[in-house]
Write a new protein. Structure first.
Length: 342
């Protein structure tokens, strides 16, 4: 563990580099922050921090910048607290709560995160790997036409319109609905798919309803295996000094355009069930070694549904970015519960 003087010097070195984008020298720290220590003392402490892996000296004559380990120590132990802007709260509420359907909502969230941070916003499609059936509903449109609506525990809703070969009364339709929900409510989608044929014979359910239910379940189960990620703001990475090398940027964008790469990053937050930050080499993707990824979950009621995140340079204002990602996760959860909850 670092002593107090080293913590102070590391903290202001990280903060100064985040603000200026220039390597930080002992003379700058002594003059700018009035620490009460001589430039020589600060220089010695910075040399120790470099030796211990917290700082890097990019060039012999230059000052120092934080290493991945330095950023990690700063985030874990030296932050003054989260910095939530009142304007962020207003914009998050006004935009998120103006969207009515959940797919548009997820796209809007990715765009909002990118616009407010000038980084890349990403949202992981609701995960159906462990999804269960929440409810089946029918809407009778008359003339033997019925809408079948299936809602999962993760809030995903699928519907199809079918034409029945024989008439069915509203009372009979209600009975079918009650029986299906009683039999299959809270069961895994895959199990329902395989059990439907057997159970339908016992319940005397019209074949068109069973076939359509199986089609809907198949689509839901398949969708759960898709990588599904909404991405916004890829071009914004060009606005940052770390990404001025066009070849470096092209390689980075190529990686970020692979949904499997992004979904694996976001799935980390989904598994950790909370706010997560990966810095540089911790991301374990060489092309993202100059980046940090901040992610969190979003939920429908008490069910964790998916995750959101932002990708930007390691040189970011962590106090604000952590607060903002956490805010959007909570606000999105409230909105999804409002749209799709009971």
């Amino acid at each position: 563990m670092l002593d107090e003087r080293k913590k102070i010097i590391l903290k202001i070195t990280v903060k100064d580099y985040i603000e200026s984008a220039h390597p930080v020298s002992s003379r700058v720290l002594a003059k700018k922050y009035l620490l009460g220590w001589s430039p020589a003392t600060i220089r010695n402490e910075m040399a120790d921090l470099e030796e211990e892996g917290y700082l890097i000296q990019p060039h012999t004559s230059a000052g120092r910048i934080p290493s991945d380990r330095g950023y990690r120590f700063y985030v874990d132990f030296l932050l003054d607290g989260y910095e939530l802007h009142e304007e962020d709260v207003k914009i998050a509420n006004s935009i998120i709560f103006s969207v009515l359907d959940w797919e548009s909502l997820l796209r809007k969230v990715a765009e909002l995160m990118s616009e407010r941070t000038s980084f890349i916003g990403v949202v992981l499609y609701p995960q159906l790997r462990e999804a269960t059936l929440k409810k089946i509903e029918f809407v009778d449109l008359r003339e033997e036409t019925v809408v079948i609506i299936v809602t999962t525990s993760t809030g995903v809703v699928k519907e199809k319109i079918i034409k029945l070969s024989t008439p069915i009364t509203e009372d009979e339709l209600q009975k079918v609905k009650l029986e299906l929900n009683r039999k299959f409510g809270n069961k895994e989608l895959q199990k329902i798919y395989w059990d439907l044929d057997r159970e339908s014979k016992k319940l005397s359910i019209p074949s068109e309803i069973i076939k359509t239910l199986k089609d809907i379940l198949k689509e839901l189960i398949y969708a759960g295996k898709e990588e599904g990620v909404f991405v916004a703001g890829l071009s914004k990475i060009l606005n940052h000094l770390e990404f001025q090398d066009i070849n470096k940027v092209k390689t980075l964008v190529d990686v970020l355009e692979e949904e499997k790469t992004l979904s694996s990053l976001l799935f980390t937050a989904f598994l950790n069930k909370g706010l997560t930050i990966l810095i540089g080499q911790e991301i374990n993707i060489p092309e993202l070694s100059d980046c940090s990824v901040i992610t969190t979950i979003y939920s429908l009621g008490e069910n964790i549904t998916g995750s959101i995140g932002m990708i930007g340079p390691k040189r970011m204002k962590y106090e604000r970015m952590l607060a903002f990602v956490e805010l959007i996760g909570k606000t999105l959860s409230e909105k999804l519960t409002q749209i799709l909850g009971e």
